[in-house]
Design a protein around this ligand. Structure first.
Ligand code: AHR
Length: 501
């Protein structure tokens, strides 16, 4: 067994987790909406056709906001296609995902669904084929109370009260040549600036997210981010980051497990870029980050041959290994809670998602459901900087990799310390000696472990609970130093209660 040491100090605080760190994403693509959240005729459908079995799982994830309606979809979408009487709505070709979009669900229905799910909409506007004026119209329709054409149209469409959408994305991945209406950084900066001006004049309370690089391998990264921020620094609250971690059969498991290191470098680079622009502009404002697409995703280069409606797109059955990798990414996000104020697991239902449905059938929790749920339920509070000393292993891609990736949170409301640990060591369990120092003695509450003999095991409709967390005994009551074993290749959540003196 390998040995490690972890010191936790009351004063080593990184920052408070913003509730928006636990967000997610639903794109109008494949079966995310149709047969995902919405399936009239399903045995659990409510009066609006929303699947209540899916709603129940979404509520369990406690996601505070959900990005909608795209994604690549947004850049060719006219949001007015999705409002008004459903029977009058047009069927359109969705050029992003080679689909036929029936527009049965639009912003009004999605806002209703969010209310039922206990979450909020994070809207995206089309800056591909769309114009700044159209983006403004959407803000007016959604947020202006009444007395104008757009706001009264919303009222006429059955929504007397405004949706009050607070966070708005200025387009999606506009640096990507695959994006409909792809722009250069300069052109995007100018267009987004005008959209921001209009949107903010309509509703000064909104918060805006500028498109950052769509992933770190883009040749324009991080120059895109610098240029865009030179236009938009004063106009936006956030810069977006997107990154997916995948593998194919030739990839090394060791590298994949260490994906958290790639995310770390990506975040650090974006922070440095944002702070460079801040310095250049002599600005006092600290820009926050919106990591509004992150996940594990194995098959990014899928192609689609036929124009179809609600056909599967980007569906992935996640295995145990994916869930472990996701755990490592969670730790990295938490460790940057001072700058990352929004993050959206991409996506939520069916499309690279923790929730997976069968049309007219059951819904299951994918393996990644569990670490994400634990992050959302236990990750709120003050993020502490754990001082972890542990052995390392060699990875082809990243060089020396610490066998443990960890993050810790102090929840003052419950007086609990929660610690998240990925042990990505393949041969060995690791015994970690925790030292709670200034916290004094603690009572261990639980040690939840996700691991198993087969890294490729998945949950399926025939075996929906093949991979799920279990409890491991934890001892050492009343001490401020106690040992915990993180099994090899495992994701761990530890909860300790601080004994008040
Ligand atoms: O989440 C799937 C797709 O990945 C999104 O539509 C796009 O923004 C990203 O490239």
């Amino acid at each position: 067994m390998k040995q490690a040491k972890c010191i936790l100090e009351r004063d080593y605080i990184i920052g408070e987790t913003d509730p928006h760190l636990f967000g997610s994403f639903i794109e109008q693509i494949g079966r995310a909406v149709y047969t995902g959240i919405y399936e009239p005729g399903h045995s659990t459908a409510d009066e609006q056709g929303f699947r209540t079995d899916v709603l129940e799982l979404v509520r369990q994830l406690k996601v505070p906001l959900i990005r909608y309606p795209g994604g690549n979809f947004i850049s060719g979408y006219n949001w007015t296609d999705g409002i008004g009487p459903v029977t009058n709505r047009p069927k359109r070709l969705d050029l992003a995902w080679k689909s036929i979009e029936t527009n049965q669900i639009g912003i009004d229905e999605f806002a209703d669904w969010c209310q039922k799910a206990g979450t909020r909409v994070m809207a995206a506007v089309n800056l591909g084929t769309g114009t700044p004026a159209e983006a403004g119209n959407m803000v007016e329709y959604c947020n202006h109370p009444s007395g104008t054409t757009w706001s009264d149209l919303r009222r006429q469409n059955g929504h007397e009260q405004p949706h009050r959408i607070k966070v708005w994305c200025l387009g999606n991945e506009m640096d990507g040549p695959w994006q409909i209406g792809h722009l250069s950084a300069e052109d995007y900066g100018k267009k987004a600036l005008e959209a921001a001006k209009i949107m903010r004049r309509i509703d000064p309370e909104i918060e805006l997210v500028a498109c950052g690089s769509s992933y770190s391998e883009m040749p324009t990264f991080p120059e895109w981010d610098r240029i865009v921020l030179e236009y938009l620094y004063d106009q936006v609250e956030y810069l977006s980051l997107h990154q997916y971690y995948g593998y194919d059969d030739t990839d090394d498991t060791t590298d994949f497990l260490a994906s958290f290191l790639d995310m770390e470098v990506f975040i650090q680079t974006i922070i440095a870029t944002a702070d460079y622009v801040k310095a250049k502009k002599r600005s006092k404002k600290k820009l926050h980050l919106s990591f509004d697409e992150w996940n594990v995703w194995a098959h990014r280069n899928e192609t689609f041959s036929a124009w179809e409606t609600a056909a599967p797109r980007l569906e992935q059955l996640y295995n145990l290994q994916d869930a472990l990798v996701l755990g490592g990414l969670i730790c990295t996000l938490l460790k940057h809670a001072d700058r990352i104020k929004i993050a959206c697991l991409a996506q939520l239902v069916n499309v690279i998602a923790p929730i997976y449905t069968k049309p007219f059938g059951p819904v299951i929790k994918q393996t990644i459901f569990y670490p994400f749920q634990q992050f959302s339920v236990y990750g709120r509070g003050e993020v502490l900087q754990p001082l972890m000393t542990c052995p390392s292993f060699s990875s082809l891609k990243y060089g020396e990799v610490p066998v443990l990736q960890s993050a810790a949170v102090l929840d003052k409301a419950t007086n609990e310390i929660r610690i998240f640990i990925l042990n990505c060591d393949q041969p060995d369990d690791v015994e970690i000696m925790f030292d709670f120092r200034s916290f004094g003695p603690v009572t261990p509450l639980e040690h939840i472990v996700l691991n198993g003999p087969d890294l490729l095991a998945v949950n399926s409709f025939s075996e929906p609970e093949k991979v799920k967390p279990h409890h491991q005994p934890i001892s050492g009551n009343g001490s401020n130093q106690l040992p915990v074993i993180a099994p090899k290749l495992s994701w761990n959540v530890l909860r300790f209660s601080i004994i008040k003196k």
